[in-house]
Design a protein around this ligand. Structure first.
Ligand code: HEC
Ligand code: HEC
Length: 328
């Protein structure tokens, strides 16, 4: 008896569903039972976005954060950093033939469309003239790049080079090393896993982590470029603090807010990031600093707008520094 009832119930349900799913005009899809799951509420990557203050959906990652497993890369795109990277960077793992084969796959996916299978620059995007003819991809097997160390190529892949974009965010560190090993061994015919090359400085061959730690210290130590080489801080001078604050309001507040990022970085905590002499030199001659000092160069890279020279005297800059000491 129960079975029969169940079958009947099922039949009734089925016919109800059939009736419901019939529609007189066929250009209507019928009912959405859960519309919020059918239609995505997500913003498109390049659409305008009312949620964020700058109206962009694609947000830059918070400064100082990075995805899991990513390693900080302290060399920006400047050529001297490429050379430095070339002299100091080695893959953390010893490369073996397996890596070369894996590198080949990655190369085919990520590089051969421009550089060609042979590396000579005859990739499809070039031969099909999808790029203007003025774009030259260069030949990965030419003398200059055969001489370039693996670290230099790592720099090229990580931050990009000229017209070529960067792969720092697309390819993991290890994948970049694998591609490089493939280029070196198969395209350039070099020895596998050779960790040194012409121009290599053994004094700089410290482990990657040690190098990272040292360079972080160098950044703390640097005085920047300018007349000031040391500053003694001593106990807080209240008179200077108020004079410094007034100067800051008059000369700097168009670009700096004391505790918030604005056109330039917030001075809050600047004494933890930089040496006091560096700060004074930056205030005295920012143009020289962004040209010659590596930290200031990186800052300019990040903030894009250059800092304006306010023609302050050294003692005025020192008073502003005193005011910075009181920020919290
Ligand atoms: C969309 C096209 C394109 C892709 C994809 C591409 N490159 Fe390039 N690559 C270029 C161009 C263009 C240049 C030359 C840039 C210049 O001279 O301004 C270049 C230059 C280079 C250089 C030479 C740097 C020098 O000093 O001359 C190397 C090395 C290199 N690419 C490696 C790679 C590797 C490895 C990949 C794959 C991860 C790759 N490229 C993917 C377009 C591309
Ligand atoms: C025209 C806008 C502008 C003015 C005016 C300006 N700055 Fe800057 N400041 C910047 C920018 C932008 C940076 C980031 C470096 C760069 O892009 O060159 C910066 C960087 C700095 C830094 C380094 C901060 C860090 O985190 O390392 C200090 C210190 C500084 N400014 C202090 C001052 C002081 C003091 C004044 C006033 C005398 C001042 N600035 C006036 C725009 C300005």
């Amino acid at each position: 008896m129960r079975k029969v009832l169940n079958i009947r119930a099922a039949l009734v349900l089925l016919s109800c569903m059939m009736v419901l799913s019939c529609d007189r005009h066929r250009n209507m899809a019928g009912y959405d039972f859960m519309p919020d799951m059918v239609y995505s509420q997500a913003y498109d990557a390049y659409s305008e976005n009312p949620v964020f203050r700058d109206s962009l959906s694609n947000q830059v990652p918070v400064y100082g954060t990075m995805p899991r497993n990513q390693v900080a890369f302290r060399y920006n795109v400047f050529p001297e950093n490429r050379l430095l990277a070339g002299q100091t960077l080695l893959s953390r793992e010893q490369m073996i033939m397996k890596h070369v084969f894996e590198g080949k796959k990655l190369y085919t996916t990520f590089c051969s469309n421009c550089h060609g299978e042979s590396g000579k620059g005859d990739g499809f995007l070039i031969t099909s003239k999808k790029f203007p003819e003025t774009v030259k991809v260069g030949n990965l097997t030419d003398e200059r790049l055969v001489k370039a160390s693996r670290g230099e190529l790592f720099h090229v892949l990580t931050v990009g080079y000229g017209l070529m974009g960067s792969y720092g965010a697309t390819l993991s560190e290890m994948d970049r090393w694998k591609i490089i090993e493939y280029v070196k061994v198969k395209l350039q015919g070099q020895e596998l896993g050779a960790r040194t090359l012409a121009g290599f400085n053994p004094a700089l061959s410290e482990a990657y982590e040690d190098f990272e730690a040292r360079i972080a210290k160098d950044f703390e130590r640097t005085n920047g470029v300018g007349p000031v080489t040391s500053v003694s801080l001593g106990p807080l001078n209240q008179a200077w603090v108020s004079e410094g604050e007034a100067l800051f309001k008059a000369k700097c507040s168009s670009c700096h807010k004391p505790t918030k990022k604005y056109v330039g970085p917030a001075p809050l905590g600047v004494l933890d990031r930089r040496n006091p002499a560096w700060i004074i030199n930056m205030i005295l001659d920012p143009e020289k600093m962004v040209k010659e000092d590596p930290v200031a160069k990186e800052l300019l890279n990040r903030y894009l707008a250059p800092m304006a020279n306010q023609s302050l005297k050294e003692d005025e800059a020192r008073k502003i520094l005193e005011y910075f000491r009181t920020l919290e």
